[in-house]
Design a protein around this ligand. Structure first.
Ligand code: AMP
Ligand code: ZN
Length: 553
């Protein structure tokens, strides 16, 4: 794959895998030898992970593949170690570097809790989970903030329709969101600020913008942001602001694409807002925050508290948020602080149904709880999403989900096999080689703008070749298991362990005893019949030297 020139503005680096790194640390191998042919490389031990080397002067581009250093027993690889991410702001894949390493501040726009989130929303939240986990895997210390939009046009309308106060209407959906998050194995954020609980920060931000002369009070009593006063407005969405109609205003939270207008920061309280309890006093008039303002205020407040900064390392969301939501967030935040708001902007593509965006509005949606109630393993949903790059649209079908579920089962079987392998303490052998090769490919793929489909391809190659190696009684299963465990910390796609209740456990025990008896009296027909009977209730058995083992599949 051609590499964008921008990606290697800095010299490339050389990665030496764990095996050689350990030898370097123990003084058994010189750094230069670990670097293979790159003898003049300067080697840096990178935390507990691999050894990273600066390349010899004049070397450019990516070197991939394995150098067989110890007569086939260990590997040294040269692969790009820099995580590179596509930044919507520059429309380029750029090497990622946070402002104050190893800390990374990450803000992701959370759900609007007017209803249950659908799996389209969760495609975005899962892409953010992949990003979060891979940053951690890469050695960064991530501080992740996800807001909960519990006051905006939609929540107010839904609360009014249900005849409830805002808080009463949104609370169950907040709970449901956390349940769905846990079902889908999404790592919880470090902070979940709620808009209704962050109003003082929003009021302060509006005051700051009024003081700076970039906000004004409209004749309708609402406060607007004057985009003509912010010359870089439109930079993220590449909007042509020459079309701007001076003074044209919009009060709605979501407005037409490519429509540069002054937008509401603070909306004057209407009777409908008062009715559901969605109005607050402020020096510039009673009202409620605009959706865009909420995210600026909550992110600035959180990163100020946690990390004493006014610039986020990464801000992410779905592509539909680029305009107006993120464009307006940049305008509000930067006009107030005078500093860049976020250095990397990442956007995930849609989950579609027959080519149309999954959306409550179109009625073509499924919720996470729908899938859970159908008994779908969350690992299958994760794998399905990983198999398409986050910047490509994905069409949801039952067939694709079933195929992902089959993949998850295959991976689970391989993992169980590797775990059970006798003599798996041995560190050398074909499986060691396969595991080393896999980890190199896994890292190279995810370093390349989170190319999860490529990482999954490498994973299933390991399953395929690893099964063949195990058939041939190869050694090194413990090393393969270590590699799988590290990869699962990112992808997390092993099958969910099924559990049996005591009644089922008792029945299984009795059937296995009956089968043992049949086998002892050489009635293999009866033994096979019992095996099939167990399989019929989802019980897989295996005869081992220490007796018959079973598990639910
Ligand atoms: P909302 O709850 O509507 O504020 O949306 C929460 C997140 O879901 C936002 O980041 C949206 O960009 C994202 N989103 C909405 N619909 C889809 C979809 N069909 N596919 C992927 N992401 C979506
Ligand atoms: Zn937001």
């Amino acid at each position: 794959m051609p590499v964008p020139a921008s990606r290697f503005a800095d010299p490339p680096i050389l990665v030496v895998t764990d095996v050689a790194a350990r030898l370097v640390r123990r003084g058994l191998l010189t750094p230069a030898d670990a670097a293979g042919g790159w003898r003049s490389a300067r080697v840096i031990v990178f935390r507990s992970g691999p050894v990273v080397c600066d390349p010899p002067p004049g070397t450019r581009g990516i070197e991939t593949g394995c150098v067989d250093l110890f007569r086939g027993r260990s590997y040294v690889s040269a692969a790009p170690m820099t995580l590179a991410l596509y930044n919507t702001l520059t429309r380029r894949v750029e090497p990622f570097a946070p402002l104050a390493p190893p800390r990374v501040t990450l803000y992701t726009c959370g759900p609007t809790v007017w209803n249950y989130a659908h799996i389209g929303n969760f495609r975005t939240f899962l892409f953010e989970d992949l990003l979060r986990r891979y940053l951690a895997y890469s050695g960064y210390d991530v501080f992740h903030i996800m807001n909960l939009t519990d006051v905006d046009d939609r929540t107010i309308k839904a609360a009014a329709a249900a005849g409830k106060r805002l808080e009463e209407h949104t609370a169950p959906f907040v709970e449901a969101f956390f349940e769905d998050r846990d079902y889908l194995r999404i790592t919880p954020a470090h902070a979940y600020p709620r808009a209704t609980q962050s109003v003082p920060a929003m009021v302060r931000l509006v005051e700051r913008l009024l003081e700076r002369g970039v906000a004004y009070k409209g004749e309708d009593g609402s406060i607007y942001f004057a985009i003509a006063k912010f010359p870089t407005y439109g930079r993220l969405s590449r909007l042509d602001t020459r079309e701007l109609k001076v003074g044209a205003r919009v009060a709605s939270d979501e407005y037409a694409k490519d429509d540069p207008r002054d937008f509401a920061l603070w909306k004057k309280a209407e009777p409908a807002d008062e009715q559901v309890g969605a109005a607050w006093d402020a020096p510039f008039g009673r009202g409620r925050p605009g959706w865009h303002l909420e995210c600026s205020a909550m992110s600035l407040e959180q990163i100020g508290k946690c990390c004493r900064t006014e610039t986020l390392d990464v801000h992410a969301g779905g592509v539909d948020l680029i305009f107006p939501h993120h464009e307006d967030e940049i305008a509000q935040s930067e006009a107030a602080t005078g500093k860049p708001f976020a250095r990397f902007w990442l956007h995930g593509e849609f989950l579609n149904v027959r080519g149309t965006k999954m959306s409550k509005r179109f009625g073509n949606f499924l919720t996470a709880r729908d899938l859970r109630d159908q008994g779908v393993d969350a690992a299958a949903v994760r794998l399905l999403f990983w198999q398409t790059h986050y910047r490509k649209a994905l069409d949801f079908t039952d067939e694709a989900l079933a195929a992902a579920a089959a993949g998850v089962r295959r991976l689970g079987e391989f993992y169980e096999r590797v775990k059970r392998e006798p003599g798996n303490g041995k560190r050398e052998g074909r499986l060691t080689e396969l595991a080393a090769k896999f980890e190199i490919e896994f890292r190279a793929a995810l370093d390349d703008d989170l190319n999860a489909p490529r990482a999954c391809a490498a994973l299933f190659e390991l399953v395929h070749e690893g099964n063949a190696a195990l058939d041939a009684k190869a050694r090194g299963a413990a090393v393969a298991r270590g590699a799988l465990d590290r990869a699962m910390a990112v992808l997390d796609v092993l099958p969910t362990a099924k559990t049996a209740d005591t009644e089922l456990e008792g029945w299984i025990g009795a059937r296995i005893a009956a089968r043992d008896k049949a086998r002892k009296s050489k009635d293999f027909k009866e033994a096979d019949r019992i095996r099939a009977e167990l399989a019929g209730r989802g019980v897989e058995i295996e005869d081992t030297p220490s007796g018959t083992k079973w598990r639910l599949v």
